[in-house]
Design a protein around this ligand. Structure first.
Ligand SMILES: CC(=O)SCCNC(=O)CCNC(=O)[C@H](O)C(C)(C)COP(=O)(O)OP(=O)(O)OC[C@H]1O[C@@H](n2cnc3c(N)ncnc32)[C@H](O)[C@@H]1OP(=O)(O)O
Ligand SMILES: CC(C)C(=O)C(=O)O
Length: 518
């Protein structure tokens, strides 16, 4: 604490707990891209994954550890030697590695899940921290399901973990069960009943099952927690985690109340939210606080009147504070490179000259098809470029004949390293016909789980953004496509999802057995 104002560390777990959102699966390259955005946002800790979970996650944590500088890079590990060793290896190249080890402390988890006694859990927690400390100097210990644990046992476990060398003790509300008043009291209890608490930082990790993850985290801050764990857009297991943008903007907007600051560059919030939404395929609800489309929109006359006179009448923060520009210059096909570059800078992007040149070419192509190019269009172009695209297949051409009296018929041409594939198919509407033609071209059955289409901005000439989810080996992969032609956007999204699926799972076994065709 300094002048009564505490500094709250932001521990971002978008890449670990956020990836536990059903249907989300990020490749190593996608995790790296999000981690780089998080570093720009100036989070204090990036939990990059759970290295023992899969070779893909091990690779992702290693990549982030090697390439992302600035924040502490953490890897999760159960309280056992194998997990901790794997985490240590994955973090080997990190500037500032942290092993985050955990074990449950609630009786319900001990009895039904771990089948361990309290004494065993206590000993295993201490042993795990001791072992992790042999590998890295910074170890975080979490007592899973802390909020439903016996408070005195919890304090014993934390005391042992700190004695064993934990630098951070984390108090998760794993199942989103607690309430702000109760959680604040628990933090106070831990502060007064763990004798060596001064040797460790207090962290909290709240879930949103009852919609109180952010409120509970803030109650913890008011009671002495100095690290909060959270995710972009509130992603996470079940109903998700505390949303970083909400926590940070609550602390920023109500600074006089919380008497706390973070090191976050809030102007990076909006673009990070968009990037995470694009790469995870999880759409942000329009009414979502801070980053939803409606967060700064005013529908009713009385509100509009007030905002026109002074935005403070109905806005408690400025959209510019999170990186949304209110009066953006609208760019069009007559706009030049200077205006385009200036707009990118205002939007918080710092791109290399070559990247700007490439983007400018795409911007001009879009401006030819669309009267006005808005910030959201530019973001969409940027996020499409950013999405990792292992290009097994590339859509070169598509054509559809469709109508209310005609059976929709589509033909597609795909390029692969082995040459050109062309196929045609009928279907139940133009999108179905196109997907069927693509499926015939690649030569294996694709398990389509979901499909979504939305306009990026308003107007008949708006860019259409298609998202497609496909499944293979029990895993879900999302693909995204962008075009003013919604069938083309859909076809691109389908091909992108197939490419991502192949990058992780390889070709389906029956396809390989049949000799393939790509
Ligand atoms: C609250 C949280 O969010 S915790 C993080 C949750 N995230 C995940 O589980 C995602 C990644 N998980 C995985 O990929 C797999 O579950 C793995 C690789 C970790 C383990 O897979 P498996 O070996 O097949 O075990 P499975 O998941 O079925 O069961 C978990 C095992 O870990 C044990 N376990 C669970 N938590 C812990 C812990 N914190 N410390 C030590 N052991 C634990 C369980 O008792 C069970 O042991 P058992 O196999 O001897 O019965
Ligand atoms: C591993 C811990 C911190 C966790 O994710 C939880 O308890 O929800």
């Amino acid at each position: 604490m300094d002048d009564g104002v505490s500094t709250i560390k932001i521990f971002d777990t978008t890449l670990r707990d956020g990836e536990q959102t059903p249907g989300v699966c990020l490749e190593a390259g996608e995790k790296l891209e999000i981690a780089q955005a998080l570093a720009k946002l100036k989070v204090d800790v990036i939990e990059a994954g759970f290295p023992v979970a899969s070779s893909g996650d091990f690779e992702a944590v290693s990549l982030v550890a090697a390439q992302v500088k600035g924040p502490v890079i953490a890897g999760l590990a159960r309280a056992n030697q194998k997990d901790i060793d794997m985490a240590g290896q994955a973090l080997a190249k990190a500037e500032r590695p942290r092993i985050h080890t955990f074990i449950a402390t609630s009786d319900i988890h001990l009895e039904y899940k771990l089948k361990m006694s309290r004494e065993q859990v206590l000993a295993q927690a201490a042993e795990a921290v001791r072992h992790a400390r042999k590998l890295v100097p910074d170890v975080e210990f979490s007592a899973e399901d802390a909020s439903r644990s016996d408070w005195d046992f919890l304090c014993q476990v934390f005391t042992a973990a700190i004695d064993a060398g934990a630098s951070v003790i984390n108090i998760p509300d794993t199942v989103g069960y607690t309430t702000p008043g109760e959680f604040g009291t628990l933090i106070q209890y831990i502060r007064t009943h763990v004798p060596n608490i001064d040797q460790a930082a207090i962290s909290v990790h709240c879930h949103d099952d009852l919609g109180m993850a952010v409120a509970n985290s803030l109650a913890a801050v008011l009671n002495g927690a100095t690290q909060v764990e959270c995710t972009i857009n509130g992603l996470g297991e079940r109903a998700g985690n505390a949303a970083m943008e909400e926590l940070v903007m609550a602390l920023t907007t109500r600074r006089e109340y919380f008497k706390a600051v973070t090191g976050i560059d809030t102007r990076q919030i909006y673009r990070t939210s968009r990037l995470v939404s694009t790469l995870t395929g999880v759409v942000v609800a329009p009414t979502k606080s801070i980053v939803g489309d409606n967060a700064f929109a005013h529908e009713s006359g009385i509100h509009q009147h007030g905002v026109l006179n002074n935005s403070l009448t109905y806005e408690i923060m400025r959209p510019e504070a999170i990186g949304i520009s209110r009066n953006a210059i609208v760019l069009g096909k007559h706009s030049g490179r200077h205006a385009f570059e200036e707009r990118l800078r205002e939007m918080g992007y710092e791109l290399e000259a070559e990247a700007i040149n490439n983007l400018f070419v795409e911007f001009k192509a879009l401006a030819d098809r669309k009267k006005m190019v808005f910030d959201r269009d530019i973001e969409a172009l940027l996020s499409e470029k950013s999405a990792v695209k292992p290009e097994w297949y590339r859509l070169v051409y598509h054509n559809v004949v469709s109508g209310n009296q005609t059976l929709a018929t589509a033909s597609v041409r795909l390029e692969t390293s082995a040459g050109i594939l062309e196929e045609a198919s009928c279907g139940d509407g133009p999108v179905d016909a196109t997907f069927k033609a693509i499926e015939k071209a690649v030569g294996f059955a694709v398990n389509l789980k979901d499909y979504q289409l939305k306009a990026v901005t308003a107007g008949q000439d708006a860019l259409g953004e298609a998202t497609v989810w496909v499944q293979q080996d029990g895993r879900t992969f999302s693909g995204r496509g962008l075009s003013t032609d919604v069938i083309e956007a859909s076809a691109k999204a389908y091909v992108n999802a197939i490419n991502k699926m192949l990058a992780t799972c390889g070709y389906p076994a029956d396809y390989q057995a049949a000799g393939g065709r790509g």
